[in-house]
Design a protein around this ligand. Structure first.
Ligand code: HEC
Length: 150
């Protein structure tokens, strides 16, 4: 499939919809296996990210050549912005996510937006896990200087 090669649209729909539907089906099983965690777990975060974020974002080595061209990689997000923790803590409220993703117990934040992709609901603890993952990515990616961040 050629979704990753398309660079222009931020809200294209069809490619995402297909990929997200597939990811959601896979994830139903994986989340059931994952037990409850307290503070963020890098491993859980990676699972969530691989299932729910990697079709748009480059998350790490697992999909280094994947994602959608116009979507920032997690490494870029975790290294290029000083406020990366709050970006990851509130990603679900930031565009484009509210249109297709919600956090359990918090509903779809933008009921006025039609889902442009198969909607996904994540458990609240996924946020901590994703922040932990971002922290890990940042720690691994950022050398002493800031030179490597692109
Ligand atoms: C359907 C595609 C898509 C999926 C799936 C997706 N994102 Fe994003 N995300 C985007 C795009 C596009 C942007 C850039 C938005 C912009 O620059 O306006 C973005 C931006 C972000 C940002 C930066 C937000 C900001 O305001 O700076 C974070 C953090 C983020 N995504 C986290 C995630 C996480 C975590 C997941 C998985 C749970 C995820 N995204 C799933 C498309 C997606």
């Amino acid at each position: 499939m050629d979704c990753s090669g398309r660079s222009e649209p931020k809200l294209p729909g069809t490619c995402w919809g297909r990929q997200i539907a597939r990811g959601a089906a896979l994830t139903a099983g994986m989340l059931a296996v994952a037990g409850p965690v307290g503070a963020g777990s890098v491993e859980e975060g990676r699972k969530v990210a691989n299932e729910h974020c990697s079709r748009c974002h480059v998350v790490g080595e697992a999909n280094a050549l994947g994602g959608i061209g116009s979507t920032p990689s997690f490494r870029m997000l975790a290294t290029a912005f000083k406020d990366w923790p709050s970006r990851f803590e509130s990603f679900y409220a930031r565009r484009p996510h509210p249109a297709f993703l919600s956090i359990e117990g918090r509903g779809r934040l933008r009921e006025d937006l039609p889902p442009n992709a198969h909607p996904v609901t994540l458990p609240a603890r996924a946020i901590d896990d994703l922040v932990a993952l971002a922290e890990e990515i940042r720690a691994r990616a950022a050398p002493k200087g800031a030179g490597k961040a692109k």
